[in-house]
Design a protein around this ligand. Sequence first.
Ligand code: PGA
Length: 236
Amino acid sequence: MIYIGNYKMDIPSKEYIEDYAKIEKGNNMLGLALPYVYLDRFSPLLKDNNVLVGAQNVTNATVKESTGEISAEMLLDVGCNFAIVGHSERRRDKSETVSRIKEKCEQALSKNLCVVLCVGETREEYENCNTSKVLEKQLKDVLNSKMINENNMIIAYEPVWAIGTGLIPTIDEVEIVIRHIKSMIERWAKCNIKVLYGGSCKPNNAKLLKSAQGLDGLLIGGACKNVVEMQSIINA
Ligand code: PGA
């Protein structure tokens, strides 16, 4: 399984990073997506302990005259292994469209920075039974890119209504979505990309979520800030 923490917009202490680096992974892969400004400081310690280091965004800009933007090359330079792209908080608050997200993925992949691409439906789309349609729209163009392979891309299914709310879908719902995403991967990307679940994953529901067939791992927001919780999610 793959476990990725999404630290979001907060200040990580040195002690937190040291504890995170000591999490017992077993045969699992562990990653942590930090705010840009902490990557340079903390990536060596994390990488020395086999924790993959990620950013929470990457630019789609292609020219150096892009004030304030952070490119895939810059992220690689400070030790990043991957970038989260298309998180629903950015789709919602930063007007990130499907085409901009595709550009971001291509920018990252062309420089050999791996991508964790987030997709998921809003509460309204869920209630109107539009989940499949929404996911197809979010995935089709990206998955058709020739640059994708099973080593440089991970998809994270994160129902928007489950993020930070304490709500999670049923295991049947998770399994149906994973099957659907994997069939799109097979049809468009023609390779074996891994699929994670994200949204209110906590120690008390991790075992249940991990029982979903076809699930390859978890993307964890709130709970990743507590190393004990992160460890119990992995152990669940
Ligand atoms: P959450 O966040 O675990 O706090 O719901 C998940 C995410 O936003 O990636």
